[in-house]
Design a protein around this ligand. Sequence first.
Ligand code: SF4
Length: 328
Amino acid sequence: MLDACGRLLVARDPLGIRPMEIAQDGPLIAAASESVALLNLGFPPESIRSLEPGTAMLVDGDRVRFERFSETTQRAHCFFEWIYFANVASSMDERSVYLTRKRLGEELARLETIPIDSETVVVPVPDTSKAAADAMAYRLSIPSVEGLIRNRYTGRTFIDGASSRRQKAESKYTPLREVLEGKRVILVEDSIVRSTTMKVLLGRMRSLGWAREIHVRIACPPIIAPCFYGIDMSTIHELFAPKFLEDGQLTEESQRKMAEVLGADTLRYLPIDSVARSIDLDSSWLCQACISGSYPTPAGERLYEIAYGRSLDAETGRTYESPPAIIS
Ligand code: SF4
């Protein structure tokens, strides 16, 4: 916040759910949610650090002071920042986005069971999954190749309305015959939220018929619950994974059914414990609510109960659109 007198206030939520990076170089001060923005402004890497959760930085002329406004020592950093939201060149809370995604790919390689031969290739769904795909391919000693080219003029799809999402998904990637023909393709994606993009993409690849087999690997566990901490993700009803889980568990059979619906030969997600290992933070320091259904705040728990009840009635409205009396 910048007030009318030119005083700057930068604050971070008490649990550190969202990231906040600050930089100070001589008289220059800047803050951004991602370190890459500060690096690109010309701040030296050693001048950039994370703002402690529950702390505010106040800048008044040439005076800078830090003030703690919450005493909680609990942390709940959003794991999805490292997996999907953040720029791959960023670091948050001293953990690199690139190295996290690389380790997620290594976890996928460790779990791989399909036969690997000279006709097997890894293809990333551009761009977020590239680091994971490259690391997976390296571990499996097979090539990671660009079998899908991203159309730079189509935006992200997961926060759009249904029809514009489908339209965008259709023009989002161009499959390359030269790369895919006759191949057993391990298709690596960062996550599946509603599955619109994945269904459209697999439908297109199948109708072109170039790839011999398509095995989908997701560098994230299934998204089973909505986010109430700033990401307008979806209602439970709209999410792809929840209806396939058996007693809330991801099984071989549930993944087989998901693969069938998507049009893939096989599908595999990462288990939840891969996430903390890959970020290199204890899971108690992470918000993993959208993959576990367990929220780090009482308000989150309450909203999830409402969202769950609404999903049983197949209601599609956002939980925070419920009457205030129900939420409070
Ligand atoms: S619910 Fe998911 S997207 Fe939202 S803050 Fe938690 S981990 Fe991040």
